[in-house]
Design a protein around this ligand. Sequence first.
Ligand SMILES: Cc1cc2nc3c(=O)[nH]c(=O)nc-3n(C[C@H](O)[C@H](O)[C@H](O)COP(=O)(O)OP(=O)(O)OC[C@H]3O[C@@H](n4cnc5c(N)ncnc54)[C@H](O)[C@@H]3O)c2cc1C
Length: 405
Amino acid sequence: MYQWSEEHQAIAAAVRRFVDEEIRPHLDDLEHNGVAPFAIMRKMYDVFGLKEMAEQNFARQLERKVSGQEPHGHSRGGSDPSAQLISTIELCRVSPGFVTSLGVSTGLAAGTINKLGTPAQMQRWSLDLMTLDKIGAWAITEPDSGSDALGGMRTSAVRDGDEYVLNGQKTWITNGPYADTIVLYAKLDDGSGDELRNRRVLTFVLDKGMPGLDQARPMRKMGQHASPTGEVFLSDVRVGRDRLLGETEVPLGGGRQSAKDNFVTERAGVAAMSLGVIEECLKLCIDYARHRTLWNKPIGDFQLIQLKLAHMEIARINVRNMVFAHIERSLDGVVPTLAEASAMKLYAAQSACLVADDAIQIFGGNGYIAEYRVEQLLRDARVLRIYAGTDEMQVVAIAKDLLRS
Ligand SMILES: Cc1cc2nc3c(=O)[nH]c(=O)nc-3n(C[C@H](O)[C@H](O)[C@H](O)COP(=O)(O)OP(=O)(O)OC[C@H]3O[C@@H](n4cnc5c(N)ncnc54)[C@H](O)[C@@H]3O)c2cc1C
């Protein structure tokens, strides 16, 4: 695959229309007035029939689970990953934060329940998340254990009869302030005195309003204002085994493996998000370079501006090829290794930031002013180098794989 098919282009055009009609008019509210994106997401699901597709997708995943097969990773759209990635690219031209919020709820939260949960748990929580009837969060990060998420985790689950008592704190949790359903990782403290780092990681599902669960208000942050981010506090939260995913302390692949599986899906998704930012910056810059006139010439005539445009185009081609290769391989059922997904994420996220920064330079003072939108794209792109694993952690994952004997 080296270009979008006619069908793909039709999907992109339809999403673009939705963005123009339903997101752009509300961008100020999403960006500056603290309005959460959930109502627009639900509208998008209605307009594109995504709710029905999610129900069908859920039914397929449930059937696979009941028959003992691995569930599919994709929870938006059908089994073709291109439709989901195309909508990610188009939405990220305008609001990467919208995509983060949507991806965490329908991808990470629902995906983890589908992967680790029993059929009853899937029915109890996942269907509502996949259809957006409910909003989900996925909580692993803690104040003292960001990149060392699994080893350094301190949130504890202590057995008490048939129940567990959860205590701890999670931070920077996307949708955390409003989520109806929270997929939460905790370390089993079975009283054996095992070193904290080596304790088993269990995955629980919590509902908003449970006693002892506090979802703090959204944090102020640099970018992605359309995506609410916050802390989650657990103070003696009592949960039955029915809230432990898989209802066993030795789940399929273990809680640690489930977190790692998510890294692969997330990292490929970030590449598509980066492509949206790059394409939009390039489009805006070409237009600006043609129309901004200085010394009686459009600035596009200046070679230093041309150099920036050329670098942007190279980044666009490279990231697009990576996304195409990912789609092609997914259709063949090939899952990228952690190192491959990390390489893609590292390159794409860095490229998006370089491109957005150059876009501001091409726009000069206007680039620094919100009306021209490139400043938002840079602020929104910046976190692509931090979440789903920092740049440095991508390097570690790639190098580990290369050096493995
Ligand atoms: C907007 C936003 C949304 C987020 N959403 C979620 C979410 O929904 N759920 C969730 O669980 N988490 C979420 N996160 C958390 C995110 O995944 C973490 O911020 C990220 O994993 C990095 O952790 P940290 O911020 O604690 O940085 P740290 O781990 O403290 O890292 C600090 C610096 O040290 C470097 N470093 C760390 N270890 C190494 C090493 N071994 N070698 C070299 N350098 C190293 C890092 O790369 C970084 O440069 C979100 C974060 C943000 C900002």
